[in-house]
Design a binder for this molecule. Structure first.
Ligand code: ATP
Ligand code: MG
Length: 416
C-alpha cells in the first residue's frame, strides 16, 4: 500500500518511514502540506499520515483540500498530533481526518491504526465495486430492454419488406420478358405507309426518352441490393434478439465437435470466403447444453477469426479437457490481432472497429452471454499483427439443472 507521510520534522519522518517500510508498505515523504498535496496528485496514495502543524499548508487545511478536491479512490487520513483536547480532535475530524494518533508515536499503536485504515479501505473498495457492478447491470438491463423493443418493432415491417422485394424481383423479370417480346414484335413490323412509320418512330422515341431498356437492366441489381440490405438488417435484428433473449431453445445432449463444424461452416458461408482450418478435436463426451446457442457463439467467434485474416492466414481449432470438470474450445487465428487498449472493450455490446454498416459490435457480447449461460467463460489473448486466440471454457456437466428447470428437458438426442 502507498502511504504518504507529511511531517516537517525530519527525525520523526524518518522514524515513521522506517516503521512503515518494515511492515512492507511503500512510503512517500513530504516536508510540508503543499509538497504532500503534490504527491497526492501524482501517486496512488491510499493512506495519508499528516502532522498537524506544518509550514505552507497545515494538516487540517490539507485534510479539507483532500476531501473537497480529490476525486478517485478514497484516501484514509490519520492526523499526527500532540494535541489531545477534545475540541482540537473534533476540528480534526470535522476537517476530514478519519483517525488520529498522539505524538510521540508508538510503533505498535501506529501499525494497529494502519490496519484499521486498511480494513476501512477494503470495505470502501468493495462498496465501490458493487456500486459499479450495479450501475453496469442497470445500464445493461435498460440497453437490453431498448434492443428488445427495437428488434420487435423492426421485425414486422422487415418481413413484409423482404416479401415485397421478392415479389418485385419476380415482377421485374416478367416485365423484362414482356419488353423483350415487345421489342422483337416492334422490330418485325415493316411499315407499309407513312402513318405506321410515324407511329413506329414515336414508339422508339418514347422508349429512348423513358430509358426503358436501362431501367429494366438496372431493376434486378436494385432488387438484389435491397434484398442484401434487408438480409443485413435481419441479421442485426437476430443478434439483438439473442442479445435480449438468449435462452429460448430446448437443452439436450449434443456433440461439441459437431457444434464447432456447423458454427464454422455457417461462418464460412456468411463470410463468403474460406480459409485453411486445422482442427484438432479431442474425443469429448456429449454435453447437455443448448446446441443452437453454442453454435451461435462459435459462429460469432469463427466469423471474427475469418474476418481478421489476411492473405495466407489460417485458423486452428482445438478442443481438450482442461481438468475433470471443464472442457476448452480454442479458436486461434493468425489474423490482424487486437490492440491491447481495445482488448478490454471487445465484449462490450455495440463495440466494433468495423466500418459503418459492417458490424454491430454484438457478436462477441452475444457469444460471451451464451457461454456464461452455460456456466462457462471466454478468455482472449491477442497480439497485433500476429493473431488472436479465443478460449471457451465450459463445465463438462453442462448447464445447471436449475437453469433449465423453466424449460422441458428432452431425452438425449442427436443434433437436428
Ligand atoms: N479474431 C479477431 N481478430 C481481430 N479482431 C477481433 C477478433 N475478434 C473480435 N475482434 C475485434 O472485436 C470487435 C468486436 O467484435 P464483435 O464480434 O463483438 O463485433 P463485430 O465483429 O465488430 O460486429 P458483429 O456484430 O457483426 O459481429 C471487432 O470489431 C474487432 O475489432
Ligand atoms: Mg463479429
Amino acid at each position: 500500500m502507498d502511504i504518504l507521510v507529511a511531517e516537517d520534522h525530519p527525525v520523526s519522518a524518518k522514524l515513521l518511514e522506517k516503521i512503515l517500510l518494515r511492515a512492507g508498505h511503500r512510503v512517500h515523504l513530504a516536508a510540508d502540506g503543499e509538497e504532500a498535496w503534490d504527491l497526492l496528485l501524482k501517486k496512488d496514495v491510499r493512506i495519508l499520515l499528516t502532522d498537524w502543524m506544518m509550514p505552507r499548508l497545515d494538516g487540517l487545511s490539507l485534510c479539507r483540500r483532500v476531501r473537497e478536491t480529490l476525486s478517485g479512490s478514497y484516501v484514509y487520513i490519520i492526523l499526527l498530533t500532540a494535541r489531545d483536547a477534545t475540541e482540537d480532535l473534533l476540528s480534526g475530524f470535522e476537517a476530514g481526518a478519519d483517525d488520529y494518533i498522539a505524538k510521540p508515536v508508538n510503533p505498535d499503536e501506529l501499525m494497529a491504526r494502519i490496519r484499521v485504515g486498511l480494513r476501512h479501505l477494503a470495505m470502501e473498495d468493495r462498496h465501490e465495486k458493487t456500486l459499479r457492478k450495479l450501475l453496469n447491470t442497470e445500464k445493461m438491463a435498460s440497453l437490453g430492454h431498448l434492443a428488445a423493443g427495437m428488434a420487435h418493432e423492426i421485425n414486422n415491417p422487415l418481413s413484409f419488406l423482404a416479401s415485397n422485394i421478392r415479389t418485385l424481383g419476380k415482377y421485374a423479370k416478367e416485365v423484362q420478358a414482356f419488353f423483350a417480346a415487345y421489342q422483337a414484335l416492334a422490330g418485325a413490323i415493316e411499315p407499309k405507309d407513312t402513318k405506321t412509320e410515324q407511329i413506329l418512330q414515336k414508339m422508339q422515341a418514347l422508349e429512348a426518352s423513358a430509358e426503358i431498356a436501362y431501367i429494366l437492366e438496372d431493376v434486378p441489381a436494385l432488387v438484389s441490393e435491397s434484398g442484401e440490405g434487408i438480409e443485413r438488417i435481419g441479421n442485426i435484428v437476430e443478434d439483438m434478439r439473442i442479445f435480449t433473449h438468449p435462452g429460448s431453445l430446448t437443452p439436450h445432449m449434443a456433440d461439441i465437435g459437431q457444434c464447432i463444424t456447423e458454427g464454422l461452416s455457417l461462418a464460412e458461408k456468411k463470410h463468403g470466403k474460406t480459409a485453411p482450418v486445422q482442427k484438432d478435436l479431442a474425443d469429448l463426451p456429449p454435453l447437455f447444453c443448448y446446441p443452437g446457442q453454442l453454435r451461435q457463439a462459435l459462429f460469432n467467434i469463427c466469423i471474427n477469426a475469418l474476418q481478421s485474416l489476411n492473405e495466407g492466414g489460417e485458423i486452428h481449432i482445438r478442443t481438450c479437457r482442461s481438468d475433470n470438470q471443464h472442457i476448452v474450445i480454442q479458436i486461434r487465428d493468425t489474423g490482424c490481432g487486437i490492440e491491447p487498449d481495445l482488448l478490454p472493450k471487445i465484449f462490450d455490446p455495440f463495440f466494433t472497429t468495423r466500418p459503418a454498416g459492417r458490424g454491430t459490435g454484438l457478436g462477441l457480447h452475444v457469444a460471451y452471454t451464451l457461454i456464461q449461460q452455460h456456466g462457462g467463460h471466454i478468455e482472449v489473448h491477442s497480439e497485433p499483427g500476429k493473431g488472436s486466440t479465443f478460449r471457451i471454457h465450459l463445465p463438462t456437466e453442462g448447464i445447471k439443472v436449475q437453469k433449465i428447470s423453466q424449460h422441458t428437458p428432452q431425452k438425449p438426442q442427436d443434433l437436428p
